[in-house]
Design a protein around this ligand. Structure first.
Ligand SMILES: [Zn+2]
Length: 108
């Protein structure tokens, strides 16, 4: 258990089998080697965002948690490999759950 509250948080091991190799990351590494992707990009199979705070209160900005998933190379278990938090312009209450970020959101 980490003592620090720093973001982002990386989970490099599969929680089921401990494998450190992941499907999307492996493909992305190949793209980086071919010069098709910048090496610092976070890559996964799925991205979810969850708004943190009072969902019923209108605010100008909102804190969201970004969860990036990838698939374990050995056992196929899809799990979170990366979480970060971000301040974004607030949407109307109730619109945050399940909202998809554009693919280039990490570059902003
Ligand atoms: Zn695994």
């Amino acid at each position: 258990m980490s003592e620090k509250n720093d973001f982002p948080i990386n989970y490099d091991k599969c929680p089921l089998c401990g494998c450190k190799k992941h499907v999307a990351r492996t493909i992305a590494d190949g793209m980086v080697a071919a010069g098709k992707l910048a090496p610092d990009k976070v890559t996964g199979t799925k991205v979810e965002t969850i708004g943190i705070g009072d969902q019923l209160k209108a605010t100008l900005t909102q804190t969201i948690i970004i969860k990036v998933y990838d698939v374990c190379w050995d056992c196929g278990h899809e799990h979170i490999i990366y979480t970060d938090k971000k301040e974004v312009a607030a949407t109307m209450p109730g619109q945050t759950h399940g909202r998809q970020l554009p693919p280039d959101f990490m570059a902003r």
